[in-house]
Design a protein around this ligand. Structure first.
Ligand code: NAP
Length: 276
């Protein structure tokens, strides 16, 4: 039986074991995916043990995503561009790192009918999640992504990865309204809306989005943030963070198994596992 893990600290609350084990069972594979607490200083020892113990691969969450950039043997483009690793597969004794977070979000949005190629996107936030999402939007062919962030320097840093497409923007309501007037997709990658993290003071930027727009909040707890409620009430397509979580897991499983899967079918199985 081969072994897969999600590592981090904290990690025992992770939904990844439920998602991955449901997909593995559906594929009839005798592989066990489990959460493993690995504290910040323990990462090099875990990596050595993973190679020695024949681990097939692992996902990584806080606080390891950036540290892994220096510690794996090879990086693919997805990780190099966003500067973080969330998925590692062990290939002939070598650790190969990639990032499926952003591509997972793009796949999730496309599964909801969004067209990213050539799209104008507004993204709120410039933290770790925003960085992987921005990298994936660029790879998926977005025409322009306005990166609106409270701390302007962070938006500028993020946009340097693809300055022709990623445009740093301020977080004030006038700027948000101006950018939303041209956008077909709005993504919230800030903490605003999460319990204990504050709320948007003014959601009037939603009013200027085109009727066919999609609004996505990376948050999935609560399942419907105030942003998503207002978007739904306005008749826009509103998507929370669960599809992103599920689709990044599907893409991670493809990495572990080194094969292509029926992605929509796997995503459906993974989503159902969370409802159970
Ligand atoms: P992070 O690196 O800490 O970034 C947080 C972002 O939120 C920064 O851009 C920060 O702006 C902004 N922010 C925080 N408080 C704010 C406030 N009061 N007003 C305006 N902006 C504020 O966090 P992260 O890892 O990127 O996560 C961001 C969100 O994505 C979280 O809600 C997380 O749960 C969610 N997420 C979901 C998934 C999924 O699979 N669905 C995966 C990863 C993350 P400054 O730069 O100005 O501080």
């Amino acid at each position: 039986m081969s072994k897969l893990h999600v590592i981090g600290d904290p990690v025992l609350h992770s939904k990844s074991p439920a998602i991955q084990n449901a997909m593995l069972a559906a594929l009839g594979l005798e592989t066990c995916y489990s959460a493993r607490v690995v504290k910040r200083g323990e990462l090099p020892a875990f990596l050595a043990a993973a190679k020695a113990e024949g681990v097939t691969g692992f996902n990584a969450t806080m606080p390891h995503k950036v540290a892994l950039m220096e510690l794996v043997d090879r990086l693919d483009d997805s990780a190099r561009l966003c500067g973080a690793v969330n998925t590692v597969r062990v290939e002939d004794g070598h650790l190969v790192g990639c990032s499926t977070d952003g591509d997972g979000l793009v796949a999730a949005l496309e599964s909801k009918g969004a067209v990213i190629a050539d799209a104008h996107v507004v993204m709120l936030g410039a933290g770790g999640a925003a960085r992987s999402v921005a990298a994936a939007l660029v790879r998926a062919g977005a025409r322009q992504v306005a990166v609106c962030n409270r701390t302007p320097e962070k938006a500028e840093q993020l946009c340097a990865m693809a300055p022709d497409i990623l445009i740093p923007e301020s977080f004030d309501i006038a700027a948000l309204r101006r950018r939303c007037a041209r956008a077909s997709v709005l993504i919230n990658a800030t903490n605003l809306g999460m319990e204990g993290c504050g709320q948007f003071e003014d959601l009037s930027f939603l009013n200027v989005l085109d009727d066919s727009s999609l609004v996505c909040d990376l948050i999935y707890h609560p399942a419907e943030t105030a942003l998503l409620r207002r978007a739904r009430e306005r008749g826009l397509t509103a998507v929370n963070g669960l599809p992103m979580l599920v689709w990044q897991g599907v893409l991670a499983l493809e990495q572990f198994l080194n094969t292509s899967l029926d992605r929509p079918a796997m995503a459906e199985i993974a989503l159902r596992s969370l409802a159970d």
